[in-house]
Design a protein around this ligand. Structure first.
Ligand SMILES: C[S@@+](CC[C@H](N)C(=O)[O-])C[C@H]1O[C@@H](n2cnc3c(N)ncnc32)[C@H](O)[C@@H]1O
Length: 267
């Protein structure tokens, strides 16, 4: 069951705010403010300290949080998980492409908030970033810059770091399971019986196709498929469209925001 109370709503709202570092401001410090600016900042900080106030940078925090998801996509994830709990749709939850683990931390938080102890959150990732060019068997995946100029390093987050992130939220336990490696190698034989929510965030054509082929047959009727990049990366959209067409899936695709979509498995 997923009966929301003001306390569960407040807790999950707080988790989302922290995952996104929403409205968190960075202390303004060197080397942002050098020279005369630096001295002015120092004077300002001294003057404000007795008042318990400090100068902060107006520049956004950027990728400081545990997720790249928008607030709308986090809200959608929470809503899908709560709906399957409410409707008693059986199965575990998975994200393929977890990066720092933010979306999966939210999944685990939703289970915790509703006192659910018989479902597992699965995290599938290479934990070393996107497949390198020479591992990309599809031409379409070699033509797109999936790191969008942010650099490959940003996407290389090892499993230990993700475990630490879960621990910071007090949510690391045996309801959290890691599938470490390339989707094509880990997903087909993954020890998952049934899924209620599958969230795909591997961006690429092959990463999206591999996740759909291995996991969709395990999705319960009434379960949700969420695709983070359907309206952002053409290769991702193509993999989804081809899979739906090959498997005669006609469930309506709903937009979440200008990038993500989801559908509910009806037949
Ligand atoms: C955009 S990030 C995921 C963002 C994350 N869901 C969040 O909450 O911010 C994409 C992730 O997919 C992983 N990935 C992409 N293709 C993969 C593949 N074929 N096998 C394993 N991991 C893959 C990358 O390592 C990266 O962590």
């Amino acid at each position: 069951m997923a009966n929301s109370t003001p306390a569960t709503d407040l807790y999950l709202d707080l988790v989302k705010r922290v995952l996104m570092r929403e409205n968190f401001e960075r202390p303004l410090r060197e080397p942002e403010a050098r020279g005369w600016k630096g001295r002015a900042v120092k004077l300002g900080q001294h003057a404000l300290a007795p008042l318990g106030a400090k100068l902060v940078s107006s520049r956004p925090v950027g990728f400081a949080g545990e997720t790249m998801l928008s607030r709308a996509r986090l809200d959608n994830l929470q809503a899908c998980v709560e709906q399957v709990l409410l409707d008693g749709v059986p199965g575990d939850l998975i994200e393929t492409g977890v990066w720092r683990g933010g979306a999966t931390i939210l999944m685990r938080a939703v289970l915790a908030a509703h006192d659910i102890s018989d479902r597992t959150v699965w995290l599938a990732d290479s934990f070393e970033g996107f497949p390198s060019e020479d591992r990309r068997e599809q031409a379409i995946d070699r033509q797109v810059d999936f790191t969008a100029g942010m650099g490959d390093d940003l996407f290389r987050v090892d499993a230990e770091t993700v475990r630490r992130n879960f621990s910071r939220f007090g949510l690391l336990d045996d309801q959290v399971q890691f599938l470490v490696g390339w989707f094509s190698e880990t997903l087909p034989g993954a020890p998952i019986d049934q899924l209620a929510v599958m969230r795909l965030d591997g961006d690429m054509y092959a990463s999206t196709r591999d996740a759909l082929e291995a996991l969709y047959p395990k999705l319960s009727i009434g379960g949700f498929v969420i695709v983070d990049d359907y309206n952002f990366h053409e290769p991702c959209r193509r993999a989804v469209d081809e899979f739906r067409s090959a498997n005669s899936i006609t469930d309506v695709i709903h937009p979440v925001d200008d990038e993500g979509v989801f559908w509910r498995h009806s037949t």
